[in-house]
Design a binder for this molecule. Structure first.
Ligand SMILES: Cc1cc2nc3c(=O)[nH]c(=O)nc-3n(C[C@H](O)[C@H](O)[C@H](O)COP(=O)(O)OP(=O)(O)OC[C@H]3O[C@@H](n4cnc5c(N)ncnc54)[C@H](O)[C@@H]3O)c2cc1C
Length: 414
């Protein structure tokens, strides 16, 4: 069989490559950067079993006035991007109803169920299991009111049988002795895990597939055309590449790649930032902590403390801003002691569809063209399980039922 060409070597692209190769299928990855440099490099490293709540849960209506004023560090938008974002935002908000949120949560739960197992499977093969910490993911609340507002999310954890433990302030101090006493409540999702360097994990998976014979073309796909024999990838540094089957796994840039064929997907870039700081003496956190009022996730990585922001809606490649990162650094310093920055600010882009679900599967009416993108804030978690399920769909011709809610056909017609 001719190779499958995968556009993009982030966690989605390399995980799919690993599973195709395991099924005996040759693969070529095409990416202008070395594997795992974009969102898959700088995320918070959480493998989050409990992230069933869609980003457009109905709770968003309460926060909307603050978001609209552009004053919250949880969500910021670039006013220049609004005209292009408006149709996406309209669909996103139209889906923020209890019924739709419940359906999306059930669909995401199907994908998240074996997300950790799928990482462990690849980690064993790629020999990077030492980076995994099975210590859960802690959501911490500074006020009783915000803990009460989280009741809907806890109900979902109960509904799906996702193991978690609720803590009061004394319990939190025992659990995370270096966390300051500002938190009154905590929810630890014990089924979750984290890694101490998501970029290194993605690179280890990429090394696994390259050692197994995958091709790696260092080039940007700047055009894509269809002909009688399949597709042609028009690249900037490697010329034209003929491809029998193409999978678009280019993260937040996937919409631009598909647009060359006239295929329009409503994909937005939910950008996010992080900054890494040195440790303060022996102060450590045992698991990633989401400070709900502070609007950041703090993770002790191999190279220091990483503070990661919420979302910024802007054009994917627009210049970085510093407001969110400054606000969350100040908040994080009231929760945990850390030293000076050890690296410059980093920016990545979460690829997001307006219904809060990724797009996984074949493009209708385009034989041989597949999608693997749009995983939003759970892409590092669900990359390997997506790769496993999509490889099965591609190689057997039958998509596993758990993929049905993520089919591209919900937005694309042939
Ligand atoms: C601040 C932040 C924190 C996050 N925290 C978490 C977390 O804790 N847990 C979690 O599960 N998820 C988290 N996420 C989300 C997660 O990082 C993403 O969903 C995931 O990394 C997306 O992976 P990807 O492979 O689709 O995209 P990417 O990692 O962005 O990779 C896309 C690849 O496509 C390539 N590409 C782009 N255009 C082209 C082109 N024209 N031709 C060829 N190649 C191209 C890029 O160079 C890149 O290598 C976070 C994201 C951010 C920004």
């Amino acid at each position: 069989m001719p190779p499958v060409h995968i556009v993009g070597a982030g966690i989605l692209g390399v995980s799919l490559a690993a599973h195709l190769i395991r099924r005996g299928q040759d693969v070529v990855l095409v990416d202008p950067s070395p594997p795992g440099r974009e969102a898959s490099f700088g995320n918070a490293g959480v493998i989050s079993r409990g992230s069933v709540m869609p980003p457009n849960a109905p709770e968003i209506w309460r926060s909307l006035p603050a978001y609209a004023l552009n004053r919250s560090s949880a969500v910021r938008y670039d006013i220049k991007a609004l005209p292009r974002l408006a149709p996406w935002l309209a669909r996103f908000l139209a889906g923020a109803t209890p019924g739709r949120a419940a359906a999306t949560a059930a669909d995401l739960n199907g994908l998240l169920g074996d997300a950790l197992g799928a990482h462990e499977e690849l980690m064993a093969l790629a020999r990077c299991g030492h980076r995994l910490r099975r210590t859960g993911y802690l959501k911490a609340f500074r006020t009783d009111a915000s803990f009460r507002r989280n009741a809907g999310e806890r109900a979902l954890l109960e509904r799906f049988g996702i193991a978690h433990t609720v803590y009061g302030s004394a319990g939190l101090r025992e659990l995370e002795p270096h966390l300051s006493a500002i938190f009154r409540h905590g929810v630890l999702v014990t089924d979750s895990a984290s890694v101490d360097d998501p970029g290194a994990v993605t690179r280890a998976y990429a090394d696994l597939v390259c050692d197994a014979g995958a091709g790696l073309v260092t080039a940007r796909v700047q055009g894509l055309s269809a002909g009688a024999e399949g597709y042609t990838l028009h690249t900037d540094r490697a010329g034209d590449i003929a491809a029998d089957r193409v999978v678009v796994a280019a993260g937040a840039w996937s919409g631009a790649v598909l647009a060359h064929l006239g295929v329009r997907v409503p994909l937005a870039a939910e950008r996010g930032y992080h900054r890494r700081f040195g440790f303060d003496g022996n102060q450590r956190l045992t698991r990633p902590v989401h400070d709900v009022e502070g609007n950041y996730v703090m993770t002790c990585m191999e190279m220091g403390v990483q503070v990661s922001t919420g979302m910024e809606l802007a054009a994917v490649d627009a210049p970085s801003t510093d407001r969110q990162l400054k606000a969350v650094e100040a908040a994080a310093r009231t929760a945990f002691a850390f030293d000076r920055p050890v690296a410059p600010p980093w920016r990545g882009a979460r690829p997001a569809l307006p219904d809060g679900r990724p797009m996984i599967g074949p493009v209708p009416g385009r034989p041989g063209l597949w999608c693997a993108f749009g995983h939003g804030h759970i892409g590092f978690t669900t990359g390997p399980v997506t790769g496993r399920l999509l490889a099965e769909a591609m190689m057997t011709g039958a998509a596993p039922p758990v993929l049905a809610p993520f089919a591209p056909g919900r937005y694309l017609r042939s």
